[in-house]
Design a protein around this ligand. Structure first.
Ligand SMILES: [Zn+2]
Length: 313
């Protein structure tokens, strides 16, 4: 799990907010924003630890009983709405139940943290119920909301939360995270391009059972075409890959983007940009239910023209 110092380095604003938590100037409600896998849940947990840690010196110490229970996810002063199994949204009754618990006694002494992950799942009615407690806060209670889609929250909620955006992770920070997972540097560059600076996405690709098989397939087909005669064989290899279509396009896009190096010739850069445009069109075709075989065949011809032939023109 990344540490607070890893988040600090990502942006000066993050550093400022973390310092305010350390100095006990804790915003009553904080909204953490950022793309999927960028570390919103981890940061919410680390901030809860900062609020609750009982150490007198360095906080969060990560070794006191409180920190350990936060890490294990069993601290009773950290509350979240209990969502019905299989439900996509957080309904007003889930929210009322949570607020009812907050107003009752029986929790441990000290501060309480309410974490609402992907707060965009709150229905408008549930958001209005939450709004009341943001306007008239319970004593020593801190709300941490996360979202990857700010627009799904009511303006009234947004106006009552301090906002914190986690940016995409820079290359060095990503390399550090990936090295903890024993990824070699060449694979790491590929994962960084693929994930757009989201460590969570990079790690979930890495843990996907078929990820490296799909990388191999992309390399042996789109990235190996040097003659028109090779296209039927490549097309045949891709024939049964429809279920991995999204992953194939993501990997191909990442691999092609990696070729846009600073010392590239203008002709080559143009070819690569054509190829990236062709991948974008392939995504649009997929959304319009064009057959996967037709999409991959078209991309194979683009590989020949945009990635191979333009090298020599
Ligand atoms: Zn502690």
């Amino acid at each position: 799990m990344p540490a607070l110092r890893d988040f600090r380095k990502l942006h000066p604003h993050l550093d400022t907010v973390l310092t305010s938590y350390e100095n006990h100037t804790i915003p009553h409600a904080l909204l953490i924003q950022g793309q999927s896998g960028v570390g919103k849940r981890t940061l919410a947990r680390l901030l809860s630890m900062l609020v609750l840690c009982s150490s007198d010196s360095y906080r969060p110490c990560q070794t006191c009983d409180t920190c350990k229970r936060v890490l294990d996810g069993v601290h009773s002063n950290i509350l979240s709405p209990k969502v019905q199994p299989g439900a996509n949204s957080i309904k007003i009754d889930d929210m009322r139940e949570l607020l009812d618990m907050l107003s009752r006694h029986g929790l441990e002494e000290g501060a309480r943290v309410v974490i609402i992950e992907e707060a965009g799942r709150l229905t408008p009615q549930a958001q209005n119920a939450l709004l009341k407690s943001l306007e008239e806060p319970f004593a020593d209670t801190y709300f941490i909301l996360t979202t990857s889609a700010e627009r799904s929250l009511l303006p009234t909620i947004l106006s009552r939360c301090s906002s914190l955006s986690i940016p995409a992770w820079d290359r060095d920070s990503m390399l550090k995270v990936l090295s903890l997972h024993q990824v070699d540097s060449k694979d790491a560059e590929e994962l960084i391009a693929l994930s757009g600076g989201s460590p969570g996405q990079a790690i979930s690709s890495l843990q996907s059972e078929n990820y490296w098989d799909t990388v191999k397939l992309v390399k042996e087909t789109f990235l190996s075409i040097a003659k028109i005669e090779q296209i039927p064989t490549a097309s045949n290899k891709l024939k049964n890959s429809r279920d991995q279509a999204e992953e194939i396009l993501n990997i191909l896009e990442a691999q092609v983007s990696l070729q846009l190096t600073p010392d590239i010739t203008a002709v080559r850069a143009r070819g690569i940009n054509h190829m990236l445009q062709a991948i974008l069109t392939a995504r649009q075709y997929r959304a319009s239910n064009v057959s996967w075989q037709a999409i991959t065949d078209r991309l194979l011809f683009h590989s020949l023209e945009d990635l191979y032939q333009c090298q020599w023109s």
